[in-house]
Design a protein around this ligand. Structure first.
Ligand SMILES: Nc1nc2c(c(=O)[nH]1)N[C@H]1C(S)=C(S)[C@@H](COP(=O)(O)O)O[C@H]1N2
Ligand SMILES: [Mo]
Length: 319
């Protein structure tokens, strides 16, 4: 299955070097682009290249927002993981510019252990809910972090509408499978489609967000358009992108990362500075845009809201 000896998820992490390479490349591209434009292209040509994300109006502020300095829009939209578009952190921004194909309506299925299952067009799905801005700290398992002003609504609002029954112990989320649009899916990097899961009480927690935008505008393809999950006390990979299915289930879902490497990626994946990844420490993180590393906080600093969910659990065992 894997044609490389070293699997993509086994590449040793050195996020600082990685980020410096990205910064240098960006500066280089910026200079070349500016020179090119001054030489030949009229400035308008640039604006026509990609469709601009639409801004949201009437977005309320949330008491759950951090007042820490926000990461710049540029970094949030050009440095991230979305393996369906390639395994480097620059790939999603390069390969997801036309995603999702606007000629195909985006549909989301809600099914499984509930009384009101359904299939919704994206527009109809989000219509009943009040959008708010939630500025969250986000911590990637690889050791970098950002502060992102998401736009969205609590996942619980949607789940309650579907009326889960007493068998609904977990919620399973699935990303679109479409190798035509997602070139990364043409290779067996992960067992596609990408799947994630939450325990039902985690899914119902008021911090858990379904996001449709950031920095006041619709999500770009690379950030998981049109709708994705945001769980700020867990490592970034729990925030599954471009969701097409939300299913109530009785058994703990097998997530894409557990299938790839169960020893390294557990179901819970709560941010925990005391539990190292088998190949690197999780004690510190590099906030994108800052030079010195900072200490990683238990539950990414959201312990007051979520620590109760794990009372009595051995978090070294349930990592
Ligand atoms: N479908 C899908 N969702 C995904 C990923 C992915 O590869 N595929 N990567 C995850 C990882 S590892 C991180 S850190 C975040 C990064 O994207 P963001 O900055 O937009 O949250 O997306 C998560 N969601
Ligand atoms: Mo990540």
């Amino acid at each position: 299955m894997f044609y490389k000896k070293q699997k993509s998820w086994e590449i040793a992490e050195s996020e600082v070097t990685d980020y410096e390479v990205y910064q240098n490349r960006r500066q280089f591209l910026g200079t070349t682009l500016a020179v090119g434009l001054a030489g030949a292209l009229p400035t308008m040509a640039l604006a026509d290249v990609t469709e601009q994300p639409k801004p949201f109006v009437d977005v309320s502020k949330s008491p759950f927002s951090t007042d820490e300095e926000k990461t710049d829009f540029e970094s949030i939209t050009t440095y991230n993981n979305f393996y369906e578009f390639g395994t480097s952190k620059q790939d999603p921004a390069i390969n997801a510019t036309a995603f999702p194909d606007s000629s195909q309506p985006w549909k989301v299925v809600i099914d499984g252990e509930c009384d009101k299952p359904g299939t919704y067009d994206y527009e109809d799905l989000i219509k009943p809910f009040t959008l708010e801005e939630r500025i969250y700290r986000m911590r990637c398992v690889e050791g970098w972090s950002m502060v992102i002003p998401w736009i969205g609504f609590p996942l619980a609002d949607l789940l309650k509408k579907a009326q889960p029954n007493s068998n609904a112990k977990f919620v399973e989320f699935t990303t679109l499978y479409d190798p035509k649009q997602m070139p990364g899916q043409r290779r067996a990097v992960l067992d596609w489609p990408y799947v994630e899961g939450l325990r039902i009480d985690e899914a119902m927690n008021p911090l858990t967000l379904l996001s449709v935008g950031l920095y006041g505008k619709e999500l770009l393809g690379q950030n998981g358009a049109p709708i994705r999950l945001v769980v700020p006390w867990k490592y970034g990979f729990k925030g599954i992108k471009s969701i097409v299915r939300i299913r109530f289930v009785e058994e703990m879902p097998q997530t894409a990362w557990m299938k790839a490497n169960a020893r390294e990626y557990g179901f819970y994946s709560n941010v925990n500075p005391d539990v190292d990844h088998p190949r690197w420490s999780q004690a510190k993180e590099r906030r994108i845009g800052e030079f010195l590393k900072r200490k990683t906080l238990m539950f990414n600093g959201y312990g007051e809201q979520v620590a109760d969910l794990y009372a009595g659990m051995d978090l070294k065992r349930y990592f």
